[in-house]
Design a protein. Structure first.
Length: 199
């Protein structure tokens, strides 16, 4: 519970510092007004401190990149590497021991198998373009972030094929983030079946 709270607080303050900074700014202004009216030095120092803390909060948000922000960006880059397909870039983001799971969490493919199948699928279905419809991520602890995204793939026939995915990213000892689990959740709004890529 404490880990979850820590992650939530970090995400709130570092990714969206403005509510906290604005509150501090308002409090600081109020204390400065009271200090000028009452000549109270304690109010003056409190007001100045509030403004300094607001500035520090905003500065930290710009300087520090949270794991969630890293994974949101990495997920975008990973998807971009699939159209046109650049396997070296895809390999850069996915761990060699990653596994593809179906919607019922049954293991379908190892990453070795994915590496063999993916180029064939892209070529067979003439996937021209892929774009992310929606994207979100949640940091579960300091070394794990789960990302969910909807993908719209434009194939040769011209109509988009919609799929939904979940990626589990983990931070390795060298501080790199890699996908260790790929979950295929939906295909055109329905649960996909094992071997659907062969159709």
């Amino acid at each position: 519970m404490l880990t979850t709270l820590s992650v939530t607080v970090k995400t709130m303050f570092l990714e969206n510092p403005w509510p906290l900074a604005a509150s501090m700014g308002v409090c600081g202004f109020a204390f400065l007004v009271m200090a000028s009216r009452q000549g109270n030095k304690r109010y003056l120092s409190t007001g100045i401190t509030a403004f300094i803390l607001a500035a520090i909060t905003i500065t930290m948000a710009y300087v520090v990149t949270t794991p969630r922000e890293i994974i949101l960006n990495n997920t975008r880059l990973l998807v971009a590497a699939t159209s046109p397909l650049e396997m070296k870039q895809v390999d850069h983001y996915i761990d060699p021991y990653a596994v593809l799971y179906g919607p019922n969490k049954t293991a379908w493919l190892t990453y070795d198998q994915i590496q063999n199948i993916l180029p064939t699928v892209v070529s067979k279905h003439s996937i021209k373009e892929q774009s992310i419809r929606l994207l979100n991520a949640q940091e579960t602890n300091d070394n794990t972030v789960v990302a969910w995204f909807g993908l719209s793939s434009k194939i040769a026939q011209g109509f988009p094929v919609r799929t939904d995915w979940q990626l589990v990213w983990t931070r390795l000892p060298d501080n790199q983030w890699k996908v260790i689990e790929i979950h295929f959740l939906k295909f055109q709004g329905k649960s996909p079946t094992d071997g659907i890529w062969n159709q």
